[in-house]
Design a binder for this molecule. Structure first.
Ligand code: ADP
Ligand code: ZN
Length: 433
């Protein structure tokens, strides 16, 4: 179902006219209202009047996470504080938290983004949405809450954790859609066996999962274990929260809410635009944001813009499933590796995607040493892999073929690696570089 066909299916030139009007308005406003932007624009030698078409956006300076840290807590406000109705903060996975402040209008846009997200996963006001994203300063919980509220679905605001209760309430309240991180969806599926709950007998039919990178293989596994469709959803605190981009029934990339958030894909090293269809860093301008608007925010997330029309009829373009964040990308012995590639390869081998990668650097050889712990159970041993050694070799050579580097494989007992109720953390990098 399409929540807002007028916006989601807009004709391209009408959309671009709208985007330009919004961009122009934003640039003029922040130049007047936010000293941070006035200084930045002046330093870059650009005036709001220089923005005469959408392509002129590239004249504007970037905004980075460190800008947001330096202006903590309210240095980026573009309205009087009395107009702010809610604040959120990033979960701080990569350092000092950053603040996002919302006016009533910003809350409307955010709810709209998430109503589009939930509708695209098939939700209507007849559905019961169990929201297992964490509530609080993190945007996941409150964001989905506002979105489900907007569409007048029944909300079960359980937050993350309390797995047995999650599963029991799904049965008792007749939950049809749930929302959480992909890691937590996997964990709940694993725990359901312990609690004797048959997931296939639950009324759940879809889940909106996001807030962390996950692979296509992990999607397949979640869908098979739960007997549901699992939809990807993308967003980040700085750019309002989840619901910036969402998957439709076609499950082939996420529609970007371009009427509210303007995307660019740039070469992360040069800052120059790449061609549509080429991978690069997603940079976003919040063209309708009032509280803490961001001009050309460097998300550090890697994806590309898919220009082919989607079978669902939406015309807002899609971004490809995220490859990861430039700062999550590991350089192991000179080879670039995204953690999601490891996860994908493990599922290819029929193993669980719960792994732990420890990286150290030898003081003698100065080479990176990478140890990958993988859970194996007795049924992992097929005819070819009669012994542990054979299994280790099989995993190592498959990883080598997929990642281009040799990892030391450590086999561990089922359920012995950490599980996560929110975002997973599966890499421990102890290199002192
Ligand atoms: P933090 O930066 O502290 O983790 P956020 O909760 O704002 O706080 O995290 C946003 C980040 O999470 C995004 O920039 C992106 O890297 C990641 N993310 C969010 N949704 C997805 C998704 N669907 N796929 C991959 N990564 C995602
Ligand atoms: Zn679509």
């Amino acid at each position: 179902m399409i929540w807002n066909p007028e916006k989601e299916c807009m004709n391209r030139s009408a959309l671009e006219t709208l985007q330009f009007a919004r961009l122009k308005n934003l640039v003029e406003h922040v130049y007047r209202a936010v000293p941070f932007y006035k200084n930045k624009f002046d330093e870059a030698g650009v005036k709001p009047s220089d923005i005469t078409c959408l392509a002129d956006i590239k004249k504007l300076p970037f905004t980075t996470k460190s800008d947001l840290r330096e202006t903590y807590p309210y240095g980026m406000l573009a309205v009087p504080q009395s107009e702010i109705v809610e604040v959120h903060m990033s979960s701080g996975t990569t350092g000092t938290p950053v603040v996002d402040a919302y006016t009533e209008h910003d809350m409307d846009d955010w709810s709209e983004g998430l109503a589009r997200t939930l509708s695209a996963a098939g939700a209507t006001h007849n559905d019961t949405v169990q929201n297992a994203f964490g509530y609080g300063l993190f945007t996941g919980g409150m964001g989905f809450h506002h979105g489900a509220r907007r569409m007048k679905a029944t909300i079960v605001p359980i937050s993350s954790g309390n797995t047995q209760k999650q599963l029991t309430l799904m049965r008792d309240f007749g939950t049809t859609i749930f929302t959480c991180t992909p890691s937590y969806a996997m964990y709940m599926a694993e725990q359901s066996k312990t609690y004797g709950i048959d997931l296939k007998k639950l009324p759940v039919r879809a889940a909106c999962l996001g807030a962390e990178p996950w692979s296509e293989n992990m999607r397949k596994q979640i869908e098979a274990e739960w007997g549901i469709k699992a939809y990807d959803v993308y967003g980040l605190t700085e750019i309002t929260g989840p619901g910036v981009a969402f998957e439709c029934d076609a499950q082939g990339g996420m529609h970007f809410n371009e009427d509210m958030w303007f995307p660019e894909i740039l070469n992360p090293e040069t800052g120059e635009p790449v061609k549509d269809g080429e991978k690069g860093e997603l940079v976003v301008t919040t063209i309708t944001k009032e509280g803490t608007p961001l001009i050309r925010y460097r998300t550090r997330d890697i994806t590309y813009i898919m220009t082919e029309p989607c079978s669902c009829g939406r015309t807002i373009r899609r971004i490809h499933r995220l490859y990861g964040r430039t700062d999550d990308m590991l350089i192991l012995r000179g080879v670039n590796v995204f953690p999601s590639q490891i996860e994908n390869a493990l599922v290819d081998l029929g193993l669980r995607p719960d792994y732990l990668l420890k990286v150290t650097r030898s003081e003698v050889t100065h080479l990176d040493e990478c140890e990958l712990s993988v859970e194996v159970s007795v049924d992992t041993f097929d005819d070819e892999t009669k012994g542990l050694e054979a299994l280790r070799n099989k995993i190592a050579s498959y990883m080598k073929s997929k990642l281009g580097i040799m990892l030391k494989i450590k086999l561990v007992e089922p359920q012995s690696l950490p599980r996560f109720e929110g975002k997973a953390k599966r890499v421990i990098d102890n290199r002192k570089i």
